[in-house]
Design a protein around this ligand. Structure first.
Ligand SMILES: Cc1cc2nc3c(=O)[nH]c(=O)nc-3n(C[C@H](O)[C@H](O)[C@H](O)COP(=O)(O)OP(=O)(O)OC[C@H]3O[C@@H](n4cnc5c(N)ncnc54)[C@H](O)[C@@H]3O)c2cc1C
Length: 398
């Protein structure tokens, strides 16, 4: 049977933010792309759902991200142009904290060095400009003016549609069950028993990568809870607060929030912490009232215009590398396999820029390797995972 399998240029496995962006960028370059996802996309089982994502160019995580954020912003605009749809809603972003907090200091410094547009607000200006917020005395804000919001569901749909428009073959729902990259072309088996030969495989399976242990340094599956809040009735028509990230000092959980996109009156506010899970299959999908309690308390004390009782929310599941940075680039031991994953809680915005790096590698360009995210920064990659067996147990049980 294997000898009869069709041969394609590149297979992208997984069509969340990472895979959809990769399929799009590869198709733009004229590759013969096949993109598959185990679910119809977009869906709410992985990490690319929940109505909004913040797209910003400052990065309190590291200066290394700033050029990637700037490039990604261009690509989000390109997606708007080619799809003739509004993708980025330039709402701005408030970075809230003490004047000497890492987030505030880093933003001011990066704005200076990378020519990013920001405005600084002292505590009085913050209170006057945003009466929706009640912050501790001394809290200041850096407002990043080019930052904004993207609907992850719409972005995935537009990227996949664009790839298909350019000739990519998109197959959903379709799960890959194993990938053998020892042979060339690689041999891919689907859960339905069919096979495909491909010259290059891009693995973009999000938290499902945790199940297949590509490195003995474990990639960690993380569960995050995202609650929504209504505005109080008396202020329902007033101006909304922009998206924000609030660093509250020693011992207090940082918080993040985003207004709904036009037509969505709710505000999403979440604790920027995650709970580890042994695998994506083990993630508890239901959210108890208790799990909203800390965020509700934060809303009660800081957000004057919001009803502090959450209307409910969702669970998202991400994957974190041990150092917190994504894993993007060629597999260290397999020249016909690339990885784009472990995007953790902040990788959505970079997806098109990361996808370009994967395309560069496939096209043989040396620009492809960015050391701090390249898989070879972990020294202990094993070749013992050939063939890679992807966990499709949930599908088999349904
Ligand atoms: C609550 C939350 C808030 C966030 N906020 C932000 C933000 O504001 N800004 C930002 O930049 N980032 C943010 N992030 C991060 C970002 O959303 C994620 O890192 C990103 O969406 C991950 O995308 P992904 O494609 O790697 O994974 P996923 O979206 O999980 O996609 C993986 C895909 O692979 C498919 N798949 C798995 N196994 C198989 C198989 N065997 N065969 C075929 N398909 C398979 C799955 O069905 C899935 O569609 C946030 C994350 C969370 C959880």
């Amino acid at each position: 049977m294997a000898g009869l399998a069709r041969v394609a240029d590149v297979l992208v496995v997984g069509l969340g933010a990472a895979g959809a962006a990769t399929a799009w960028r590869l198709a733009e370059r004229g590759h013969d792309v096949v993109g598959v996802d185990r679910f119809d996309t977009p869906h709410d089982q992985g990490a690319t759902h929940g109505r909004t994502r913040i797209v910003r160019t400052t990065s309190f995580e590291s200066d290394d991200y700033v050029p990637l954020g700037i490039r990604a912003l261009d690509l989000w605009h390109e997606l708007e142009t080619v799809s003739a749809r509004r993708v980025l809603h330039p709402t701005g972003l408030l970075l809230l904290g003490a004047p000497d907090s890492r987030m505030v200091r880093t933003a001011v410094d990066q704005a200076d060095r990378f020519a990013l547009a920001i405005a600084s607000l002292d505590h009085d200006q913050l209170c006057r400009t945003y009466p929706q917020l009640r912050t501790a005395t001394g809290t200041v804000a850096v407002e990043e003016q080019h930052a904004g919001l993207v609907s992850p569901e719409l972005a995935v749909r537009l990227m996949v549609d664009r790839a298909a428009h350019l000739g990519a073959t998109i197959q959903t729902p379709r799960a890959v069950s194993s990938i053998d990259t020892q042979c060339n072309p690689a041999l891919v088996r689907f859960a339905d028993g069919e096979e495909l030969r491909v010259r290059h495989v891009v693995l973009a399976v999000g938290a499902w990568l945790g199940d297949i242990e590509v490195s003995s340094r474990s990639l960690q599956v993380q569960r995050m809870v995202v609650p929504w809040f209504d505005r109080l009735e008396w202020i329902a028509s007033g101006p909304s607060l922009p998206a924000f990230i609030h660093e509250r000092g020693e011992g207090a959980t940082p918080m993040g929030g985003m207004p709904g996109l036009p037509g969505d009156p709710q505000f999403k506010i979440m604790a920027l912490v995650a709970t580890e899970a042994p695998s994506i299959a083990a993630v508890e999908r239901a959210v108890s009232r208790q799990q909203y309690a800390a965020v509700e308390e934060y809303v009660r004390t800081h957000h004057v215009y919001l009803n502090p009782h959450s209307t409910g929310g969702q669970v998202c599941v991400t994957l974190d590398a041990p150092d917190g940075d994504p894993v993007v680039g060629p597999h260290p031991r397999r020249s016909n396999l690339s990885l784009i994953g472990a995007l953790s809680g902040h990788g959505f915005k970079f997806a098109p820029a990361f996808a370009e790096m994967v395309c560069d590698h496939i096209d043989g360009s040396s620009a492809a390797r960015i050391p701090f995210i390249c898989p070879d920064r972990f020294s202990d990659w094993s070749a013992a995972h050939d063939p890679l067996l992807l966990d499709i147990s949930e599908l088999e049980n349904t």
